[in-house]
Structure formats: structure tokens, C-alpha cells
Write a protein that binds this ligand. Structure first.
Ligand SMILES: Nc1ncnc2c1ncn2[C@@H]1O[C@H](COP(=O)(O)OP(=O)(O)OC[C@H]2O[C@@H]([n+]3cccc(C(=O)O)c3)[C@H](O)[C@@H]2O)[C@@H](O)[C@H]1O
Ligand SMILES: Nc1ncnc2c1ncn2[C@@H]1O[C@H](COP(=O)(O)OP(=O)(O)OP(=O)(O)O)[C@@H](O)[C@H]1O
Ligand SMILES: [Mg+2]
Length: 275
């Protein structure tokens, strides 16, 4: 294995293979331990998009709070799922199926369209016209804001779905979906997440679905793989230490190097990762 690949695998804590049952248990226990350490907090908040990652993490969070309610003989812990459509969501049926599978303690729907459009207009009024791509990042940051307000109101922590197959390409909006209090999926690749969902009894169509950030108005449901120029099969294999084509390797490593700033502490005079 090449040196860079090895150091990336190590930095992102990826295992070449997992026992899905063990991973489910460890990550639920981590979330429970965290709540027990910070007693003011009474649960978790996460946007439910109908995609693979939020379905997996929401289910784990729901199990964690249910176990805590039982262990502590109280009924104060909750998982709050938040639907965060921009106007009408194209895959609303998947969101409904995900909610049915998760059975969240509480659900809210916050439509982010008015806020995002108002923000775009304020910028335009100031003479700053943003592209559809940048507006996509505004959507991700608006979703982050809504989740932090819900978390503040209900004394909860905001969960983040970041995992190794996303961290490696930096395919998230900085301070948008990349912002969170806990990242329980850290170290998993995309197919390990699928294995866990299968183990949890999730309907197949929710984890066999093409991953999409779905942030652009002009290219709705654009597949991550198309945006990235590389497949998750290749990303997963790379993270498992396997050989992939030279072309795919170059694309992945190019994304990794370019997005270093998203994984490291914010650049300052007291760190030197950026030098
Ligand atoms: N070297 C550097 N050192 C410090 N900061 C640096 C930097 N390079 C850029 N930056 C800063 O970072 C900004 C760019 O980063 P950012 O704002 O995140 O924007 P950017 O990485 O350009 O775009 C976000 C990407 O993530 C994708 N995404 C977003 C959200 C969710 C998902 C999903 O899978 O669901 C995917 C989205 O489709 C898009 O391709 C720059 O404007 C600059 O402020
Ligand atoms: N329309 C949405 N409604 C609610 N939450 C959303 C929405 N879009 C994105 N999010 C939040 O942003 C996170 C990042 O999106 P991302 O696309 O990476 O994950 P996903 O949609 O859960 O899975 P997949 O990568 O398979 O599409 C989601 O996990 C979810 O918490
Ligand atoms: Mg998605």
C-alpha cells in the first residue's frame, strides 16, 4: 500500500472490515456515555434527509435514548428528527420511509426556503450575486442553524453524519453539515454504513439509494459520485487499503489534499498543518 493511502486510513480511523453488530453497539454506547457525562443534555437532534447517513445515525440515536430512558427509569431523553426541506423535497417518500423506520421520539419540519432565499436576496441587494453552487452551501448552513436552535431549545446535542468516505473528499459544507457536537459515524466508509443499516433491519431502498447532497436548484438530486468524479466503491476500497485504478486514486487524493482545511483545526499561528 502506498504511504499516503496508509496515512489517510490511519488519520480517518478506518478498519478494513467491521462487525456491524459491534459497530452498532460501540457507537450507541458512545452517544449514551456522552449524555451521561453532560447531564444537562437530554438527547440529540439531526436532520432527516431520507438518505443513508442520516437514516443510520438517527436510528442509532433513537436506540441510544430509548436505552437511556430504560436504564435511568425516566422518560426525559429524546431524539429529535428534523425534516429540513428547501420548498418541496423531491424524495419526500424516502423521508417518510426513514421516519417510519427510525420512529423518532419527536419530529419537526422546518422549511428552509424562505430563510435561504432571503439570505440570497440580502447578498444580492448588497451587490453580491451568488452562484447556484454557493446557494447550495447556504442551504447546508441554514440547516445547521435550524438544528442548533432546536438543540438549544430542548437541551440537546446536534449530531453530525460525517464519516470516513465523506471526510476523505471533504464533501461537506464547512460550518454547514460539517458542524456538529458529536460525530458518531466517524471512521466508517459507505458500505460499512450499509452493513449496519441492514443489521438494523432498514428497508433496502434507503441504503441502496444513490447518495446525493441535493443542494443545487439547477441540478436536483445530483449524485455525489458525479459531483466528485469518483465512485463510492473506489473510495471505500481505497479506505480499506485495497488497490484501485491510478485514475481513481488521483481523484481521491486530490480531493483529500485540497480539503485538508476542513479536517484540521482552524489555521492559526499556533498550528502548522497548513505550512
Ligand atoms: N486552504 C484553505 N484554508 C482555509 N480555508 C479554506 C481553504 N480553502 C478554502 N477555504 C474556505 O472554505 C470555503 C469552501 O468550503 P465550503 O464552504 O465547504 O464549500 P465547498 O467545499 O466549495 O463546497 C462544498 C461541497 O460539499 C458538498 N456537500 C455539501 C453539503 C453536503 C454534502 C453532502 O454530501 O450531503 C456535500 C457540496 O456539494 C460541495 O461540493 C472557502 O470559501 C474558504 O472560505
Ligand atoms: N433535505 C434535508 N432534510 C433534512 N436534513 C438534511 C437534508 N439534506 C441534508 N440534511 C442533513 O445533512 C446531512 C448531510 O447530508 P448527506 O447527503 O451527506 O447525508 P444523507 O442524505 O443522510 O445520506 P446520503 O449521503 O446517502 O445522501 C444529512 O445527514 C442530514 O442530517
Ligand atoms: Mg443526502
Amino acid at each position: 500500500m502506498k504511504e499516503l493511502q496508509q496515512s489517510i486510513i490511519q488519520a480517518l480511523h478506518v478498519k478494513p472490515e467491521i462487525d456491524p453488530k459491534d459497530e452498532i453497539r460501540n457507537r450507541i454506547d458512545f452517544m449514551k456515555d456522552y449524555l451521561l457525562k453532560f447531564r444537562f443534555a437530554k438527547g440529540f437532534v439531526l436532520g432527516v434527509s431520507g438518505g443513508q447517513d442520516s437514516t443510520l445515525l438517527s436510528k442509532l440515536a433513537q436506540i441510544a435514548v430509548e436505552e437511556l430512558n430504560e436504564d435511568e427509569e425516566e422518560n426525559t431523553y429524546q431524539f429529535i428528527g428534523v425534516e429540513l426541506p428547501y420548498g418541496e423535497q423531491g424524495d419526500a417518500d424516502d423521508v417518510a420511509d426513514a421516519i417510519e423506520f427510525i420512529q423518532p421520539s419527536t419530529m419537526f419540519t422546518v422549511n428552509i426556503k424562505e430563510a435561504v432565499d432571503a439570505s440570497e436576496k440580502s447578498l444580492r441587494d448588497a451587490g453580491v450575486v451568488i452562484s447556484d453552487f454557493l446557494k447550495g452551501n447556504e442551504k447546508a448552513r441554514e440547516r445547521m442553524k435550524a438544528q442548533y436552535s432546536v438543540a438549544g431549545k430542548y437541551n440537546c446535542f446536534v449530531l453530525g453524519t460525517d464519516h470516513a468516505a465523506e471526510a476523505i473528499t471533504g464533501f461537506f459544507t464547512k460550518h454547514g453539515d460539517g458542524a456538529c457536537d458529536l460525530a458518531p459515524l466517524e471512521g466508517l466508509n459507505k458500505r460499512q454504513g450499509k452493513q449496519m443499516l441492514k443489521e438494523l433491519g432498514c428497508p433496502e431502498h434507503l441504503y441502496l439509494k444513490k447518495p446525493t447532497a441535493d443542494l443545487e436548484d439547477d441540478r436536483p438530486a445530483l449524485a455525489d459520485e458525479e459531483a466528485l468524479g469518483v465512485t463510492y466503491e473506489d473510495i471505500d476500497a481505497y479506505l480499506e487499503g485495497k488497490e484501485i485504478s491510478q485514475e481513481a486514486r488521483e481523484v481521491i487524493e486530490g480531493h483529500y489534499i485540497k480539503t485538508m482545511h476542513k479536517r484540521e483545526p482552524i489555521a492559526s499561528i499556533h498550528n502548522d498543518w497548513w505550512k
